[in-house]
Design a protein around this ligand. Structure first.
Ligand code: DX5
Ligand code: ZN
Length: 217
């Protein structure tokens, strides 16, 4: 399977959002990763519906929406309306995760579950066959630019084994501190999709950085 690159707009220049989106449209990026933070589930607030709508009008690739919010059930249909294609909720934020996943799919979106660094992948055993995507957090959610947590490789290997031993077709995505030094090792461990924020947007030539991430060994 081809590496999926999902640049996180959290690290983009918000004063020139249209230019950043057009750059991603022209680049080898596969998805747009949008980080939604509510200041409750994580100690930061990012952006919400009006900004997602504006991005959706310009973006020509799927919107990969990562919800770092409590009680995501309240907004599932709204996220569909503003353009989300993949909707990922946090395991730690959902009391009735099975119901939440069904609701996301009923809206016609792909359903993902994100795990914080401390949450074992084994907690997904009884729902893995219902998921389109599992997002392994390789930093504590809330901020871009943090360093990669090495235990992520073990989690990815465990999750890959769980998926291969089940009827699941879930994609494995990793988010946080991804760069040209760890991407190949993550892929070897079983990752399909890679979120990269600062490594892409703080580089001199983001489009070239994305192209390099697609193939670097
Ligand atoms: C962190 C977000 C990430 C973040 C990644 O809470 O979920 O998507 O933007 O940024 P980098 O690649 O800079 O770690
Ligand atoms: Zn994210």
């Amino acid at each position: 399977m081809n590496r999926i690159i999902s640049p996180s707009l959290l690290a983009a220049d918000f004063g020139n959002l249209q230019r950043e989106i057009e750059m991603l449209n022209e680049s080898e990026a596969d998805w747009f990763h949008l980080d939604i933070m509510d200041g409750v589930f994580v100690p930061n607030i990012s952006f919400g519906m009006p900004v997602i709508s504006a991005i959706n009008k310009l973006a020509r690739k799927p919107l990969d929406v990562h919800l770092m919010i409590v009680d995501p059930d309240r907004y599932i249909s709204t996220f569909r309306k503003v353009g989300a294609d993949i909707l990922t909720v946090h395991y730690e934020a959902c009391t009735h995760l099975h119901r939440t996943i069904q609701a996301i799919k009923a809206e016609g979106m792909k359903a993902g579950v994100a795990l914080n660094p401390h949450t074992p992948v084994s907690f997904l055993e009884d729902i893995i066959h219902d998921l389109d995507l599992v997002l392994i957090m390789s930093v504590n959610p809330g901020f871009g630019g943090q360093s990669f947590i090495e235990n992520t490789y073990n989690k990815v290997r465990d999750l890959r084994a769980m998926i291969n031993n089940s009827r699941s077709t879930a994609i494995i995505e990793v988010d946080g501190g991804v760069n040209d030094k760890n991407i190949a090792k993550l892929e070897d461990a079983g990752v399909n999709a890679f979120v990269a924020g600062s490594f892409v947007f703080k580089s001199d030539d983001p489009a070239k950085t994305i192209a390099n991430l697609k193939t670097v060994k």
